[in-house]
Design a protein around this ligand. Structure first.
Ligand SMILES: [Cu+2]
Length: 150
């Protein structure tokens, strides 16, 4: 084999190796870059779910107004055993004292403030997040969100 051809072949192999290494570096750096956590993340990861307090209103006959405060989103889904931080930002309404049915979790969401609730459910089912100030239509509600534990 002519020597020139061997050198050319070595150069080609070296070039190929460089391209492979650079490709690997790019792929690995992307993997450690922006991470996407799916909505149903693995149980060992703490997931943050964001919620706000909102308000529906409508003008009806005789200049009357209908009003309902709401948790938004009104339904969230978590996995059994999953550690979730529920972050609730108070937008509409001055104060929303709340509890989660079937648990000892209670607190208050105030306008302009973020309330963070640590959630971890051992039992599947649907748990209601109920605002004590607006629990039903008579009290500008129902301000009830549903936490579905699957
Ligand atoms: Cu409320």
């Amino acid at each position: 084999m002519p020597k020139v051809w061997i050198i050319h072949r070595r150069g080609l192999m070296f070039g190929l190796a460089v391209v492979l290494i650079l490709t690997a570096v790019v792929l690995l750096s992307n993997r450690h870059g922006e991470r996407v956590i799916p909505a149903d993340a693995a149980p060992e990861q703490t997931r943050v779910i964001h919620m706000v307090t909102g308000e529906f209103d409508a003008e009806v006959a005789d200049d009357k107004e209908l009003e309902a405060y709401r948790w938004d989103p009104g339904t969230i889904i978590v996995n059994r055993g999953e550690h979730v931080k529920l972050s609730i930002l108070g937008i509409n309404g001055k104060s929303h004292p709340f509890y989660i049915e079937g648990t000892d979790i209670k607190g208050e969401v105030k306008q302009g403030q973020e309330t963070i609730i640590d959630l971890q459910f051992d039992t599947t089912g649907t748990y209601r997040l109920i605002c004590l100030a607006h629990p039903d239509a008579k009290h500008n509600g129902p301000m009830i969100a549903y936490i579905v534990v699957q």
